[in-house]
Design a protein around this ligand. Structure first.
Ligand code: HEM
Length: 499
């Protein structure tokens, strides 16, 4: 070969090597880039926080995930945040990689109220007390079901009722009765402080989004101070309740039954276990207070919110209201009260109403956040340890790809859909799924069933004045649960045949 010919071959060879190297590099770059979940452009310091401003977080996240996909990475302040918006991706987080996502991020205010994770909801999944107390809570919830009915009286209704206020008071009563008994001197003060606590634990406070920033601590310190003050007042009330319960337990051991302590409540059960009741673990005072925090916050607020949405949807959908009332009045024909034994397993339509309400209005729309603790892959994307994970069950429940006529309230859809609360169908996750799923959801659903049955059996309901059902405002408000923005005022007419 001539010298120019050899040079040409060499140049061609080198060119090929160069092109091949560039192509391989490009391919590698593309494949490593595609392993990071997509997300919108972010700003320095605040990341994507500005995209959540002015909207409810689950609404804003739904809108963003429609653009960036069901596995989307945001940075909220300093916190890397993965948002999951499809059943397939939810299954990967809560089933395939459940162990890697079983912890919770610890927010500054939650840290105060849970005594540093000594409760159930924010405990580390590998902590000694978590499994045992969770089991206890599940058992207690099931056992207490029978004692709930008494709280739903039938007293005469005023013409116009603030249904929101009444339902919240009713659910508070049920949870208080179940957790500390029916004669607790400081009960009202406890409810007031617990309400304040719920306002403070949002997870979107400045100090939660910039956990390491001194400036955020300075600017957001008010929330922390308020949280400590509320915790101190709750602690005083709890100490008095514990003393009262311990005294009653001592007297019971001696054969006396103290008024107000005839039935065993959750606090007594926890104290009994603390005295060596055989779970194989030791419960500290902090565990006891932390679990009481869980039961009140998780138990009362979720059930009241669901119940108020159920009433709102029934008012907006007179056909569904009429079907639910006909069934209840047929099943309870001639009865003067709604008793557990009379409705047990017989209110099929009402059950579908509750499911449909939880599909459209899951009270915790982003679930309680999870924390990624091991490098994991979700739908082929890399997720790093330290990432907070929100599962947008509200968006999953309203996605036309998952449900026909997804935005409409159609309880009948559950006639053909076999879906339960066990967290196995990832299109319907009001109580979450996997090892962190809600241990009390069946107790909650039972409370809602009895309460709704009572309201619908004893009264006919309509919007005050001549307003038509479509005029009912269905806007949600921001908070630990997705409540109605406005109070639900309805006109109640006692149902004649019960008189
Ligand atoms: C309709 C009623 C209820 C709904 C929709 C509901 C929903 C939820 C959700 C979404 C979670 C987070 C699950 C996850 O991260 O995957 C949760 C956790 C929890 N719920 Fe419920 N809940 C309800 C009623 C109750 C009741 C009545 C109690 C107690 C008596 C309760 C106690 C708890 C506790 C202790 C946790 C934390 C579990 C853990 O982290 O291990 N819930 N709930």
């Amino acid at each position: 070969m001539t010298a120019p010919g050899l040079a040409l071959v060499c140049y061609t060879f080198l060119l090929c090597v160069l092109v091949a190297t560039i192509l391989v590099k490009l391919k590698l770059k593309r494949s490593s880039a595609s392993a990071v979940p997509a997300g919108p452009w972010k700003l320095p310091v605040i990341g994507h926080m500005h995209l959540l401003l002015g909207a409810l977080p689950h609404h804003a996240m739904q809108r963003l995930s429609q653009l960036h996909g069901p596995v989307m990475l945001l940075r909220l302040g300093h916190v890397p945040t993965l948002v999951i918006s499809s059943p397939e991706a939810a299954r990967e987080v809560m089933k395939a990689h459940d162990a890697a996502f079983a912890d919770r991020p610890m927010y500054a205010t939650a840290d105060i109220f849970t005594y540093g994770g000594e409760n159930i909801a924010f405990a580390r999944a590998d902590s000694r007390h978590w499994k045992a107390v969770r089991k206890l809570c599940t058992g207690e919830a099931a056992r207490l079901v029978g004692s709930v009915t008494a709280a739903f009286g039938t007293g005469p209704a005023p013409a116009v009722v603030n249904v929101s206020e009444r339902v919240r008071a009713m659910m508070n009563d049920v949870i208080m009765m179940a957790s500390v008994g029916d004669r607790c001197a400081q009960r009202d003060a406890y409810i007031v402080e617990m309400d304040k606590m719920l306002d403070l634990v949002s997870g979107f406070n400045l100090i939660d989004l910039f956990p390491a920033s001194r400036l955020a601590r300075l600017l957001g310190g008010g929330a922390l101070r308020a949280a400590w003050e509320v915790r101190e007042r709750i602690q005083c009330i709890m100490d008095a309740m514990i003393r009262d319960h311990e005294k009653a337990m001592d007297q019971r051991e001696e054969g006396d039954v103290v008024a107000g302590h005839e039935k065993e409540d959750i606090l007594t059960t926890l104290l009994r276990f603390q005295r060596g009741g055989g779970t194989g673990i030791t419960l500290t005072n902090e565990n006891v207070c932390g679990v009481m925090f869980d039961i009140f916050s998780a138990g009362s607020e979720t059930t009241a919110t669901t119940m108020i949405w159920a009433m709102s949807e029934l008012i907006r959908n007179p056909r569904a209201m009429s079907a639910a009332q006909s069934e209840i009045r047929r099943v309870l024909h001639g009865k003067t009260t709604v008793a557990e034994a009379d409705i047990d397993g017989r209110l099929h339509y009402l059950h579908m109403v509750i499911k449909e309400t939880l599909r459209l209005h899951p009270p915790i729309p982003l679930l309680v956040p999870r924390l990624c603790t091991k490098p994991s892959k979700v739908m082929g994307y890399d997720v790093s340890p330290g990432t907070t994970v929100f599962v947008n069950v509200w968006a999953i429940g309203r996605d036309e790809g998952n449900w026909t006529d997804a935005k409409e309230f159609k309880p009948e859809r559950f006639e053909s859909e076999v879906v339960d609360y066990g967290g196995t169908n990832f299109r319907f996750l009001p109580g979450g799924a996997g090892r962190r799923m809600c241990p009390g959801i069946m107790f909650g659903v039972y409370n809602i069933e009895i309460a709704l049955a009572s309201l619908l059996y004893h009264f006919d309901w309509k919007l005050p004045g001549d307003r038509s059902p479509e005029e009912l405002d269905m806007t949600e408000t921001y908070g630990i649960t997705a409540r109605r923005k406005t109070e639900l005022f309805l006109e109640a007419t006692p149902y004649a045949t019960v008189q």
